[in-house]
Ligand binder design. Structure first.
Ligand code: NAP
Ligand code: 3JN
Length: 344
């Protein structure tokens, strides 16, 4: 740390998540003496914006971490696998947005509103969960504490920005071609099928059990973050033609009865949550309103009338902010608050 703050590396700074990390660091006035953007050799020498200044992007290399206190990674799993241990060895604390370290028993997987205490046992690498998991656990943790969640059935409606910059361009280009009557020219590249005006019940690759990797991330990460292996979770993850903001239909079964009214009251007080739930006024969360916001929005809270102790909820959040960049910066802020950010 320099006299006036931490030296912060943003690895993957030219990507959809990295650019928002820079925005969030600036907006929240993170105590950074210096912010250094890294990416691959492809974009080394280009510039990214931070606090109104153009910063020159450096190529991420083995020896990039000398003198850096904190590294926020969002450059994909293989980059994190290779470089995060090197960064930690150089004395830098890593907050990693990829799935590379999430299920490693030696790395905490943290959502600050849910399990900040897990930061206490970090050994240099802290994992940031998958975006779909983050918004779900922010909404469900207060319910778990109050009524004990036994089972979760979730279906997601995920925006294309979750796949990165190229997917945002793919949706925009396909919509343009369709409006110009040139549908036959559409050639899906990022997704296996056309995404414009379509829904794809496949996010990431299929696994041996016929669930996708994204679905199993939600199952496994939820248990680790909540610190409760007994919660049964099943997920269906769907890509929809929305640019920003993931939505989720969440059905839960609890040990104790929680009425919809009590659930609304509970979530109204919960950290990071905003309840938008007034059906008679047609008020409920939507991705177009969550975009650019920090909160996880919850609405459509109803009792599941098919079981004794069940609830249905609709949960929406900006997948690039709370789902990735913001959560990572909040982890770093929490580390400082808990006196856990070592100095290189
Ligand atoms: P993106 O828009 O495709 O950006 C990828 C970034 O990684 C670019 O800055 C790219 O730099 C950089 N990069 C790629 N290979 C690299 C290498 N070998 N060395 C250094 N930098 C490299 O993707 P994104 O949407 O920002 O996502 C990036 C990663 O963040 C994902 O792969 C995923 O692991 C994670 N992510 C997590 C969540 C979540 O759920 N928490 C959500 C989205 C993404 P160039 O410009 O040089 O290519
Ligand atoms: O598709 C989404 O909406 C979220 C995608 C997240 C993602 C994309 C590429 C690689 C991840 C992730 O964070 O789980 C990864 C990965 O690191 O495995």
């Amino acid at each position: 740390m320099k006299k006036d703050g931490y030296v912060v590396a943003v690895c993957g700074a030219t990507g959809a998540v990295g650019r928002v990390m820079l925005e969030v660091l600036a907006e929240r006035d993170f105590p950074a003496a210096e912010v250094i953007p890294f990416a691959s050799s492809r974009s080394a020498g280009s510039t990214v914006e931070y606090k109104g200044r153009e910063l020159t992007v450096r190529e991420l290399k083995e020896d990039s971490f000398a003198g850096i206190d904190l590294a926020l990674f969002s450059a994909g799993g293989s980059t994190s696998e290779k470089f995060a241990p090197l960064a930690a060895k150089a004395g830098c604390v890593v907050v990693d947005n990829s799935s590379a370290w999430r299920m490693d028993p030696g790395c905490p997987l943290v959502v600050p509103e849910v399990n900040p205490h897990d930061l206490a046992w970090h050994k240099g690498i802290i994992a940031n969960p998958n975006c779909s998991t983050i918004q779900m656990v922010v909404a469900l943790k207060p319910i778990h504490d109050a009524a004990g969640i036994r089972r979760i059935v979730v279906s997601t409606y995920q925006a294309v920005s979750g796949t990165g910059q190229k997917a945002i361009e793919e949706l925009a280009n396909q919509v343009q071609l369709m409006f110009n009557g040139r549908v036959e020219e559409i050639e899906p590249k990022v997704y296996p099928h056309r995404i414009a005006f379509n829904c794809l019940p496949q996010i990431d690759v299929f696994l041996d059990n016929d669930y996708t990797k994204e679905e199993m991330k939600m199952v496994n990460e939820t248990k680790k973050i909540m610190g409760d292996e007994s919660i049964r979770v099943t997920a269906t993850a769907v890509r929809v033609p929305v640019f920003f903001g993931h939505s989720e239909a969440v059905n839960i079964e609890t040990a104790k009865k929680l009425t919809a009214r009590d659930c609304r009251a509970l979530l109204s007080q919960a950290p990071g949550v905003r309840v938008l739930d007034n059906p008679s006024e047609r008020i409920y969360p939507m991705p177009i309103e969550a975009q650019g916001q920090d909160a996880t929005f919850v609405g459509r809270i109803r009792e599941d009338e098919t079981i004794d102790n069940g609830l249905n909820l609709w949960v929406v959040s900006d997948n690039i902010r709370k789902g990735a960049a913001l959560n990572a910066v909040q982890i770093a802020e929490k580390l400082i608050e808990m006196n856990l950010l070592r100095v290189a």
